[in-house]
Each structure stands twice: as C-alpha cells, then as structure tokens.
Design a protein around this ligand. Structure first.
Ligand code: NAI
Length: 210
C-alpha cells in the first residue's frame, strides 16, 4: 500500500468515510457502490473512487465496495487497528467532559490519567480515572506508555505544557486551548477550536445568499 503523498484533503475526509461506513455496518449493509455512497456522504462518486484509489482502491467493478472490508481498511489507514494510551492535561470543565466521554475509548484511545496543578483536584477521580499532580507527569508518561496528550489547560499554560510533553517523547498532541501549539519535528498536533466553527456559523447566518 502506498503511504506517501496522500493529500491532506484526502486524509481529512477519511474519518467521515469511517463514520458513514460504521453506520452502514450497523444497518447491516453488506456492499455499496460509489454512487450510493456518494448520495449519503455528499462527496461525488468520482471523488470517492479517487480518494480510495490512493490506498489501492478496495472496490470491484460491478460490485462496488464491501462495507465491512472498507470500514476495516479505512480504520487501519487511520491507525484505529490498535490502542493508544492517553492523558488529559488540565482537569477543569473541558478536561472532565472529555474524560467522561467514553466513545474515544471505544475506538481505542484509552485514557490513563488526568493532570492538573490545582491541589484541590489531585486524587479526585473522573469515572475511575485519577487526577494526578503535574509533578508526577514525566514518570507517569513513561510508566504507562502514553502516546497522546490532550491539552485542556488555559491558554497561557498550553505551549509550556506541550513542551513538557515533547520532552517526554510524546509524539501526538490534541490541543483544545485557544492557541495554535508549535511542535517539534516528528510531533503531530491537532488544534481544536470549536469557537471557529461557531464564528463560521454566525457568518453564514448573516450572509445567507438564498
Ligand atoms: P477550566 O479553568 O475549567 O480548566 C482549566 C484547568 O487547567 C484548571 O483545572 C487548571 O487548574 C488547569 N491548569 C492550568 N494550568 C495548568 C498547567 N500548567 N498544568 C496543568 N493544569 C493546568 O477551563 P475549561 O473551561 O476546562 O477550558 C480549558 C481550556 O479549553 C481553556 O483554554 C479554554 O479556553 C479551552 N476551551 C476550548 C474549547 C475548544 O473548542 N477547543 C472549548 C472550550 C474551552
């Protein structure tokens, strides 16, 4: 399978394919043509074929796609065929909300601990997962083989926190603080800023052409 030169746009579409295929599987749909998939997912059939051709195609002329196989293969491309140990830094409102959201675990993102600097929070548990003091961070990360850190601190602490993660050899950061984290070579970051979607929504609300 070709791994290089997959465009960012294609990679960004893969989770959506994965989500729709999961729904089809749950409805016990066994196979689907690119045209049918196009009708439910909203990409053109040629876009779908082009996207999937990046990874070897998967479809068969006259048959379409085997839903289960495609779901599995896209999951594999997305790295969902294994588990990841994760931590949350900043156990406030958002950190706790993420910790309470069990669906990440269903996809293999196992939350091992939360970390905070507020002494009042240390030792508390969200579900069965403990909030630890930041002093214990480095040792915890190594001992628990943590691969992904979710940053839910305030803005001012986010970059410093990320540096600390990278010093611990963390290679993936999911950042929710309202700042675009700068990462070192070999480290990947996804900055999530829900407010940007809200601003886009308000733009369209006020600039509805129809
Ligand atoms: P919060 O104030 O409830 O929680 C922040 C927590 O981070 C606190 O418990 C604080 O003690 C801890 N903290 C601060 N500095 C720290 C450090 N250096 N190390 C470890 N822990 C530290 O705030 P909330 O509402 O949970 O928001 C958290 C962050 O997420 C904020 O930056 C906020 O702007 C952002 N946010 C982002 C959203 C998004 O769409 N990405 C949506 C909502 C909030």
């Amino acid at each position: 399978m070709q791994k290089n030169r997959i465009s960012m746009a294609v990679i960004r579409r893969l989770p959506k394919y994965h989500r729709y295929l999961k729904e089809l599987l749950e409805k016990d749909v066994k196979r689907i043509s690119s045209k049918e998939l196009s009708e439910i997912i909203g990409f053109t059939a040629s876009q779908i074929r082009q996207d999937l051709n990046n990874f070897g195609g998967f479809g068969q002329q006259g048959y379409g796609y085997n839903v289960e196989e495609l779901f599995y293969e896209i999951g594999k491309i997305l790295g969902l065929n294994r588990t990841y140990n994760t931590v949350i830094i900043g156990a406030g409102n958002l950190g706790q909300a993420l910790a309470n959201y069990v669906s990440f675990e269903k996809f293999g993102f196992a939350l091992k601990g939360l970390f905070d600097i507020n002494p009042k929070m240390i030792g508390l548990k969200i579900r069965d997962i403990e909030i630890y003091d930041m002093d214990e961070l480095e040792e915890f990360i190594i001992k628990n083989n943590i691969e992904i850190a979710y940053i839910c601190t305030n803005r001012e602490s986010a970059q410093v926190t990320a540096e600390r993660m990278m010093d611990c050899n963390i290679k993936a950061i999911w950042n929710f603080a309202p700042v675009d984290i700068k990462v070192r070579e070999g480290v990947v970051v996804e900055n999530v800023h829900l407010i940007e979607n809200l601003f886009t929504l308000s733009y369209f609300l006020n600039n509805n052409e129809e």
